[in-house]
Design a protein around this ligand. Sequence first.
Ligand SMILES: Nc1ncnc2c1ncn2[C@@H]1O[C@H](COP(=O)(O)OP(=O)(O)O)[C@@H](O)[C@H]1O
Ligand SMILES: O=C(O)C1=C[C@@H](OP(=O)(O)O)[C@@H](O)[C@H](O)C1
Ligand SMILES: [Mg+2]
Length: 166
Amino acid sequence: MSRNLIFIGMPGSGKSTVGVLAAKRLGMGFVDTDLLIQEEAGRTLQEIVDQDGYQALRHIEEQVLLKLSVENQVISTGGSAVYSDAAMRHLKANGTVVFLDIPLDVVMQRIGDYSLRGISRRPDQSLSELFDERFALYSRYADITVKGEGLTQDQVCEAIIRHLPN
Ligand SMILES: Nc1ncnc2c1ncn2[C@@H]1O[C@H](COP(=O)(O)OP(=O)(O)O)[C@@H](O)[C@H]1O
Ligand SMILES: O=C(O)C1=C[C@@H](OP(=O)(O)O)[C@@H](O)[C@H](O)C1
Ligand SMILES: [Mg+2]
């Protein structure tokens, strides 16, 4: 079975855009699980969060990830995928997990007004608190960590490929 390459990290870290670049370079397919969630729910991520709350988004995300059964794909997850231990163990069973690690100030620059981005967080939780909580989870599940600060998308893609096991 050909293994997948699974991207995790904060919103803005480049999972979706670099995921496509990596899939092309490596001759693999590409799946963005955010799009699968939207198809499953028949709504945008922002609508799910606005109408049903952040926990509903995490629940649908977990269901979608647990159902995913693919091989030889780059899988770009949403930033909140790591809240489900069951989903992460399922993905890790047939894949290498790559953490795209960028610092908080770069997250802020890239995502702009995060209240418009459907981010799954407790309403009272600041972006900085969310970053710290998530950093621990991303680190826990990562097989490979690539630091993206100061790198272009192509350079991040190169760095990922360099870190891959042969
Ligand atoms: N290395 C990079 N340098 C500059 N901008 C980047 C880089 N990686 C991603 N971006 C930009 O950040 C934004 C979020 O990227 P995206 O791939 O959607 O991240 P994610 O899927 O992790 O949320 C996009 O506008 C994208 O062009
Ligand atoms: O980090 C998050 O809470 C989220 C990140 C988004 O994906 P990206 O990380 O691809 O932006 C998307 O899954 C949803 O809006 C929730
Ligand atoms: Mg994305």
